[in-house]
Design a protein around this ligand. Structure first.
Ligand SMILES: NC(=O)c1ccc[n+]([C@@H]2O[C@H](COP(=O)([O-])OP(=O)(O)OC[C@H]3O[C@@H](n4cnc5c(N)ncnc54)[C@H](O)[C@@H]3O)[C@@H](O)[C@H]2O)c1
Length: 321
């Protein structure tokens, strides 16, 4: 069962549902796949929907920092209250489902405690920092911006519901996920956004100096992490895991532009610069050794392979449409 209110501003949720229906029409007819256009703010609808669920993957969210700064109340209602609704609906269902929550690197706030060095094309962690290989889950929840707070509320509720109610909850703190079927916007999904601006030869605005770095994670690796964590639920319940790109797969906007130019011969028509976005982290690299230790997950798809795949998909589905 898929629950979504189709509010995704890129229109991607709707397009992906149509694709899904096209490919799995038979499953819909047999009642094996249901699409339920419900809002996570509607508690009664969620109660009905989650009545017999054995697994709940909770992705629905207001997903970007900028809208949360413009309308923090809606952001709170969807992300914090909506997540509590999902948990409560599942708790009252008595089926005790496995529940996975997609939290974010934003729960670590501005990362002021990590010393940075400025390089030609990127910000980076200083080599003598204990976080050089990436941020671990013991980094304090320093929370930045309304989106960080509302997502962190969900993160804390999920972990707490394992302790207080014995529920089978897991938290993934994700960052910079990209890959096929991702319809990006200027405020969400920067890897795909930069690629599409380059392929479409449209102007690109960089907020800040373009040296901001993220460890990037291809969606196929993320799916594998979901599956492995669910299989190891007794070990992982109540825990939070950083699931993101490691140092080897970290990338700045300027480095991505360079790669696009040198390897694929494409570039935006113009690159403009604007002020830094509020609460932007200059560098986030995920250290995922806890996920390796608890459920044997490690990132397999390199940024080069992932970008190849993303480019092929954008070419076919966005640039040519
Ligand atoms: N993509 C990333 O890099 C990333 C990083 C960190 C965390 N996350 C988290 O992962 C989850 C999925 O994000 P995504 O990147 O796939 O974004 P997405 O926009 O593709 O997915 C979010 C979905 O939630 C739906 N939605 C929004 N408000 C809703 C509501 N009130 N009720 C029901 N559905 C609603 C949207 O229509 C959309 O389909 C989110 O919780 C997000 O915070 C994503």
């Amino acid at each position: 069962m898929l629950v979504d209110n189709l509010s995704d501003p890129s229109g991607g949720a709707y397009k992906n549902m149509v694709t899904l229906l096209r490919h799995h029409g038979e499953d819909v007819e047999k009642g094996l796949l249901r699409i339920v256009p419900t809002d996570v703010r509607d508690f009664e609808a969620l109660r009905q929907t989650l009545r017999d669920a054995d697994t709940v993957l909770h992705f629905a969210a207001q997903v970007a920092m900028k809208p949360s700064l413009e309308d923090p109340i809606t952001d709170f209602e969807i992300n914090a209250r909506g997540t509590l609704n999902v948990l409560e609906a599942a708790r009252r269902s008595e089926s005790n489902p496995v529940m996975l929550y997609t939290s974010t690197n934003k729960v670590y706030g501005r990362l002021d405690r990590v010393p940075l060095v400025e390089k030609e094309l990127r910000w980076d962690y200083s080599e003598d920092s204990p976080y050089y290989e990436g941020i671990t889950e013991d980094y304090p929840l320093d929370i930045g911006g309304p989106y960080g707070i509302s997502k962190c509320a969900g993160d804390m509720y999920f972990r707490e519901y394992a302790k207080t109610y014995g529920m089978k909850t897991i938290v993934f703190r994700m960052s910079a996920v990209y890959g096929e079927n991702q319809y990006t916007t200027e405020v969400h999904g920067w890897v795909g956004w930069v690629i599409s601006r380059a392929l479409l030869k449209k102007p690109l605005t960089i907020f800040g100096d373009g040296k901001q770095v993220r460890g990037v994670l291809h969606v196929q690796d993320l799916i594998e992490a979901f599956e492995l964590a669910q299989k190891n639920i007794n070990r992982v319940r109540g825990e939070a895991f950083n699931i993101g790109g490691n140092r080897r797969n970290s990338l700045s906007i300027l480095e991505l532009l360079k790669l696009l130019k040198e390897r694929y011969g494409v570039a935006p028509s113009e690159v403009r610069y604007a002020n830094w976005r509020k609460v932007d982290q200059k560098c986030f690299i995920a250290n995922c050794r806890k996920a390796l230790e608890y459920f044997g997950w490690r990132q397999k798809i390199s940024k080069e392979e992932g970008i190849d795949r993303m480019i092929a998909w954008v070419r076919q589905n966005i640039a040519d449409s």
